[in-house]
Design a protein around this ligand. Structure first.
Ligand SMILES: NC(=O)c1ccc[n+]([C@@H]2O[C@H](COP(=O)([O-])OP(=O)(O)OC[C@H]3O[C@@H](n4cnc5c(N)ncnc54)[C@H](O)[C@@H]3O)[C@@H](O)[C@H]2O)c1
Length: 428
């Protein structure tokens, strides 16, 4: 048995499975729980339910320290620290749906000396509310720690190993100490604070990054009217250490399982307290309009889209993941179909996830077969392989000549050299 503290991880999705495997690599026995019986069966059989670079190898290497179950009981029996990594999607109102978190709390046995370590992204005030529920349910032995997660899909394993920071919000007791001890080998700076502040660090961080994206997208839109080139503008801005170059890439807007719902949750959280968070309203609106502007660009070149063949390259919300939650491709495909266009698509890894969410879209098994006889190609997700495309072959395969680079990821001269028309976002 390892010398490291055994832990439980409840919810074995993108965050939970990476967290479980990461702590197992650091030496802990990890008791993983999920209500999804198919997921647990697959994990027990050695499968990995998600596509995440390095995760399959990591899970295989620590397999003997990972224990999977659909029941909470073995986890609570074997571990003091119960990491909660269940989903917290948006409700129709835009508030965070905490039903999965609540189900975990309700399922905990009474009177155990345990700690809930909240990895799920929850609105500020959730910790206090859970502590009240625990008291009402007579579960007095449970401590509560907010430990928000900052890993990024696509580099989640490396992000676990080398976090920029570890945020621990608690009342200063044994549980916070134990969480910090678990993360000590990563060498990450620790921000120890109270529970509401830790909860707010997560929401504010995502809202700030989303704001940066919407800001540069608005700059791109103004560039299109004024003759400036947003990639040059971003390069010049990003060298200012106060600004930094990250999240200054103009494009189709943000998507994914975190930014849309977390920005909306923060806006709603503020609204529920009577504060109107004006800035976030604009961030969300700019992000929505950005996808529609792209449809406008297609119309500018192709006219009416009825019957036009449009090829989407990349479907996942970003490269290096198969996650289709809130992907820009979903809105784009639906808008194009509503305009009467036929949509075909290719993604290196997300097809299975995309098929469930994109009715009427034709799926191709390569970029080149997706663009065959297409009137326009739209780069939606900047997978590296699309940068390497043979543009002469693309030109030959296509019926039309329009390339719309929704991520400013391509080299316009190479695309144009093949006789194609290039249109980016805010680029000359
Ligand atoms: N995905 C990311 O990049 C990321 C990054 C940082 C934070 N987060 C946050 O982490 C949380 C989890 O996100 P995710 O992307 O891993 O979600 P996910 O949907 O991939 O995984 C959630 C898992 O929880 C399971 N689950 C639901 N209810 C359960 C219950 N009562 N008991 C046990 N398991 C249950 C689901 O079956 C699923 O496997 C969310 O709050 C999210 O906002 C996600």
């Amino acid at each position: 048995m390892s010398q490291r503290e055994p832990i439980a991880v409840i919810g074995t999705g993108y965050v939970g499975l990476v967290t479980a495997a990461g702590f197992a690599e650091l030496g802990s026995e990890v008791w993983c729980v999920d209500v999804d019986t198919a997921k647990i069966a697959s994990l027990e059989a050695g499968g990995i339910p998600i596509w995440e670079p390095g995760l399959e190898e990591l899970v295989a290497s620590v397999r003997d320290r990972l224990h999977f179950s659909t029941e909470l009981a073995p986890a609570v029996e074997n571990a003091r620290l119960l990491f909660v990594a269940v989903g917290t999607p948006s409700t129709y109102s835009g508030d965070a749906d905490l039903s999965a978190v609540r189900a975990v709390i309700d399922g905990l046995p009474p009177d155990r000396e345990r700690a809930i370590v909240m990895k799920s992204t929850v609105p500020c005030g959730t910790g206090a509310s859970i502590q009240r529920t625990l008291a009402e349910q007579g579960k007095h032995g449970y401590a509560y720690v907010s430990c928000p997660e900052f890993l990024r899909e696509g580099s989640a394993v490396e992000d676990f190993r080398h976090p920029d920071r570890v945020v621990v919000g608690d009342d200063g007791g044994w549980a916070g100490d134990a969480v910090i001890e678990l993360y000590r080998p990563t060498g990450a700076p620790v921000v120890r604070t109270d529970v509401p502040s830790a909860e707010m660090v997560k929401l504010a961080s995502n809202a700030f990054l989303a704001t940066k994206i919407s800001f540069i997208n608005e700059i791109a839109n103004v560039c299109e009217e004024t003759g400036a080139d947003v990639t040059e503008v971003a390069r010049g801005m990003g060298l200012d250490a106060r600004i930094s170059p990250s999240f200054l890439h103009a494009g189709l807007g943000y998507g994914g399982s975190c930014f849309p719902k977390d920005v909306s949750a923060l806006k709603q959280l503020a609204g529920n307290t009577g504060y109107h968070f004006q800035l976030l309203g604009a961030v969300i609106e700019v992000n929505e309009l950005q996808k529609r502007r792209l449809v406008g660009k297609l119309q500018k070149h192709l006219g009416d889209l009825v019957g036009k063949e449009i090829a989407l390259l990349g479907l996942a919300f970003k490269p290096q993941t198969d996650d289709m939650r809130e992907a820009s491709s979903l809105v784009l495909a639906a808008r194009l179909q509503a305009e009467g266009a036929h949509v075909r698509a290719y993604d290196p890894v997300a097809e299975a996830q995309a098929r469930e969410r994109m009715p009427g879209v034709q799926f191709a098994d390569s970029a080149l077969s997706a663009v065959r006889d297409a009137d326009a190609l739209v780069l939606v997700t900047e997978w590296p392989e699309f940068r390497e495309l043979d543009w002469h072959a693309v030109r030959e395969a296509m019926r039309g000549d329009l390339v719309v680079d929704g991520r400013n990821a391509l080299e316009p001269p190479s695309v144009r050299a093949a006789g194609l028309t290039y249109e980016g976002v805010g680029r000359r």
